[in-house]
Write a protein that binds this ligand. Sequence first.
Ligand code: GLN
Length: 479
Amino acid sequence: MSKNTTLQQIQSAIQSGDLTCVELVNTYLAQIQKTSDLNAYVEVFEEEAIAKAKALDTKYKNDPTSVGKLFGMVVSIKDVLCYKDHQVTGASKILEDFTSLYSATAIERIVNEDAIIIGRVNCDQFGMGSTNENSVYGVTKNGIDPTKVPGGSSGGSAVSVQMDTCLVSLGTDTGGSVRQPAGFCGVIGLKPTYGRISRYGLLAYASSFDQIGIISKSVENIATILEVMAGADEFDSTVSSKLVPNYIQELDFDTNKKVKIAYFDTALNHPSIDPEIKDQTTQLIEKIKGEGHTVEAVPFEYLDYIIPAYYVLTTAEASSNLSRYDGIRYGHRSKAATNLEETYKMSRTEGFSTEVKRRIMLGTFVLSAGYYDAYYGKAQKVRRLIQDRTNEILNDYDFILMPVAPTTAWDLGQSLEDPVAMYLADIFTVQANMTGMPAIALPIGTHSSGLPIGVQLMNKHFGESELLSISKYLINLLK
Ligand code: GLN
């Protein structure tokens, strides 16, 4: 599929009669089959995708103007997004055999524009993790080196794009779960502004952080699908009613324009950073400067507070959000329980993974009487300081540039030994979620180990257009 990496190319191929939707879907299905040992998909909607492709081919033949904006776009979806009459489990036993009663707004909007959903992809349980190892379906492996993790939590999404089994994947990003796996897999990942895309129909992890994100190999595809999904929704009161721009039309970077980019010395010189990541990021900075743009180091004194505050706040929200899984209303119910209390206790004990339980307990603790002010209240204050300082920087600069992660993809099993080390590795991605700002991860090069290295750009709230156009510009610059 590599010759057809943008939706535009696919649509032209269909238009000129070189390709049909059925052929397209069959090519992706064959690729899913070929790469099945990587375990990216937990369910493939094979028959349904072919049937929809057939129907679309007929619709197009009868009237080419009748097809939707996403005609020819084949999409995989993370197993936390509700798609009516399809299973959704959050990669957890607690939701085994659960079927969605309705579609997430984002899913409904892309289906209405004739996107074809090809399958449900693996992830860390309820989005909690950075390696995709915390899944009831087992780990997804990185297609570049199957001894490595793909990153997480949207690991299946990143690998499904990396291996050309679909054009675009929808993931979710609470603390980096779209950008970090994109970085580990050498593809592009956008986390839009908090509230840009409705969260209705997304299994909640931490509601004031969660956002649907997009992974693809081309910025154009991200722009196209973002425009379809974004915008007001009566089912999510936190979604913005701000006008949705025409992202594709705004994609071309004005080469006469000079931008100002900030970066943090404390990030580039962080003790956890791999020297090659630092070198390649520094080289990129020099290259951008060479084009006449300004790239400057600015102080950011809160870097080391980001992770502790994030893990206090997100676990607190998770402990509340996950209380709905009680074994009574839906999902897994323990067969061994003999009374109500046992039903709650045993269903949750059997249904949640160790990592999810760790977070529920931590969250319950930080919210409990006597500890609330010291942990939850304090972390909220830290969040505000981080937001204020980031706003201040973005008043003076157009973008903030950072590595995506301090290292390349880890060995399988490595993070399971030390969850705190895994938490700390989210250091560069979490700022965008703490502040609600949009951020994008782009591949910039390869490590001597052969693994991809990514860079991240962050912008002001609702600055997706600028973020996408500078990304396109930087990708061309790196060619
Ligand atoms: N790794 C982070 C966590 O475990 C981010 C997860 C996410 O963005 N869903 O919380």
